[in-house]
Write a new protein. Structure first.
Length: 335
C-alpha cells in the first residue's frame, strides 16, 4: 500500500505512526509546508517514510491522507480523478461540505472518499452507527466533544464557537449562533461533566445521510466562559503543541419495538492519538476494499462499527458505555 500524507502536524504524525505499525506499507510520502517538521516526523517513523516538496501524482489504488487544516477539496479532486482513495481528517463545516460534493467524482472513478476521519467527527460517527444498530428506528442523535488535537485543531474549535451551528431538525437544516444552547454533558471519567455549547461543527452533515428518517442531529463543543467570550476575537493564547486529554459522547434516541429507548456511548483519549488511529485504519480499509461503498461519506455510512471499533481497541482506542440511562455511570465494555 502506498500512502501520500499531506500534513505532518499533530494528527498527521500520529497517523503516520499508526500506518507504519499497520503493515505492510510499501511507501509513505510526507508533504508539509514546514519541510523541517516533515523531516523530523519522517525520521521518527523510519522506513518507508520519506519527504517530498510537492504532492506527487497519485496512482490507482494509492491512498491520499489529508491531514492539513485547509485546502483539502482541490487535493482530493486531483487524487480521485486518478483513481486514488482519499481519507480526510477535516472537521470544519465548509471543508466537509466541499468534500461531500465530490461524491459523484469519487463514484465515477470507483474510489473512496472518507470525510471526517478523526476524533469527532470520526470515532464519534462510528459510535453513533454502533448505537443505532441496536435500535429499530433512530429519531435523535446528539454529539458532544471536548479537547483539541493540536494548534490547527485548537484554532478551528475557536472559530467554531464563534460561527454558526448547523443542526438537522425535522428534514431541514437549522442554524443557531455558536456559543448558545448551554448543556451539561457527562463524559467518561476522568473527564466527567462539562458545559457544552452549539458551534460550527460538521457532524450533522455526515450523520443525517447515514440515518434515514432521523429527526434531529445536533453537535456541541465543551467550552468555558473565556472560550465563549473570546470566540469572535483572535486567539488570546498560543495553543498547546498537542492537545490535552479529550473526550466524546454520543446519545442516540429511538424506538425498540413499542418502547422508546436510548444508547449513550463515549470515549476518552488524546484527540491526536485517536485521530491518528482512526485515519490510519480508514486508509487501510479503503485500500483493502472493506468500506461499504465508493463515493464520499462519513464513517457512519462506510464501516461495520463493531469490526472497526474492535480494530481500534487493538490500537488502544476504547469505548465506554453509559449504564443506567442518560446520566448513568460509564463503563468499559468487555473486550
Amino acid at each position: 500500500m502506498r500512502v501520500i500524507m499531506v500534513g505532518a502536524g499533530a494528527c498527521g504524525a500520529r497517523a503516520g505512526r499508526q500506518l507504519v505499525a499497520l503493515e505492510p506499507l510499501d511507501d509513505l510520502v510526507l508533504v508539509d509546508p514546514d519541510r523541517p517538521r516533515a523531516e523530523v516526523v519522517a525520521e521518527s517513523l523510519g522506513d518507508p517514510a520519506r519527504v517530498a516538496d510537492e504532492v506527487p501524482s497519485a496512482e490507482p489504488g494509492d491512498v491520499v491522507l489529508l491531514a492539513a487544516p485547509a485546502g483539502q477539496r482541490d487535493l482530493a479532486f486531483a487524487a480521485l480523478v486518478r483513481g486514488a482513495h482519499v481519507v480526510s481528517t477535516a472537521d470544519a463545516v465548509a471543508e466537509v461540505r466541499a468534500l461531500l460534493e465530490l461524491d459523484a467524482t469519487a463514484r465515477a472513478n470507483d474510489a473512496h472518499l472518507v470525510v471526517g476521519a478523526g476524533f469527532a467527527p470520526g470515532l464519534s460517527c462510528v459510535l453513533v452507527a454502533l448505537a443505532a444498530r441496536s435500535l429499530e428506528k433512530v429519531d435523535e442523535v446528539h454529539v458532544a466533544k471536548m479537547g483539541t488535537a493540536g494548534p490547527a485543531c485548537a484554532r478551528q474549535h475557536h472559530r467554531a464557537l464563534g460561527g454558526q451551528a448547523c443542526d438537522w431538525r425535522d428534514g431541514e437544516w437549522a442554524f443557531r449562533s455558536g456559543g448558545s444552547g448551554r448543556e451539561l454533558c457527562w463524559f467518561p471519567e476522568p473527564v466527567g461533566a462539562a458545559d457544552c455549547y452549539r458551534a460550527a461543527l460538521p457532524d450533522a452533515l455526515l450523520l443525517a445521510p447515514a440515518l434515514p428518517g432521523v429527526r434531529r442531529v445536533t453537535a456541541r463543543l465543551a467550552a468555558n466562559r473565556r472560550d465563549r467570550l473570546t470566540a469572535r476575537l483572535p486567539m488570546m493564547r498560543r495553543p498547546h503543541a498537542e492537545g490535552d486529554l479529550g473526550a466524546i459522547r454520543v446519545e442516540v434516541r429511538g424506538t425498540q419495538g413499542s418502547s422508546l429507548d436510548e444508547r449513550v456511548l463515549g470515549a476518552v483519549d488524546r484527540p491526536a492519538v485517536a485521530t491518528g488511529a482512526v485515519a490510519a485504519l480508514a486508509c487501510r480499509w479503503a485500500a483493502e476494499g472493506r468500506l461499504a461503498r465508493t463515493g464520499a461519506a462519513g464513517l457512519a455510512s462506510l464501516v461495520e462499527p463493531g469490526s472497526f471499533l474492535a480494530a481500534l481497541a487493538e490500537r488502544g482506542v476504547k469505548v465506554a458505555v453509559f449504564e443506567g440511562g442518560r446520566h448513568g455511570e460509564p463503563s468499559v465494555p468487555p473486550g
